[in-house]
Design a binder for this molecule. Structure first.
Ligand SMILES: [Zn+2]
Length: 114
């Protein structure tokens, strides 16, 4: 499945409630702000598309919030809690590798839990 990429400064701005949103994946859409529109960001968001697919979308969002709260309970800043989410850790670790998604094993984000 090919994600549907929406390039919109308006939508990303409207979604920037708690943090400034440069790009966001809301399966099957990737919404990206013009100054974030580059191959690395798109690859990062495509990794989230795969994670969302394998977790039937809803479980991705539940676990995403769970891992963020886990970081907050440990006393992390919002930014550190975000960077501790296994989905983000997998994506940040691999978004420069344009072949990553060709070789990625299913549920690879599980290796980024701690
Ligand atoms: Zn991300």
């Amino acid at each position: 499945m090919i994600p549907i990429i929406i390039r919109s400064d308006k939508i990303t701005k409207a979604l920037s409630l708690f943090i400034s949103v440069g790009a966001i994946t809301l399966f099957p859409f990737i919404i990206v702000r013009s100054d974030y529109d580059n191959p690395t960001t798109i690859n990062h968001e495509k990794i989230h598309i795969e994670q969302q697919k394998e977790l039937l979308v809803v479980f991705f969002y539940i676990l995403y919030v769970y891992y963020w709260l886990k970081g907050k309970i440990k006393g992390m800043t919002n930014q550190d809690a975000y960077m501790s989410i296994p989905f983000e850790r997998e994506a940040y670790n691999n978004h420069y590798n344009m072949e990553y998604l060709d070789k990625r094993k299913r549920f690879a984000w599980k290796d980024f839990r701690f």
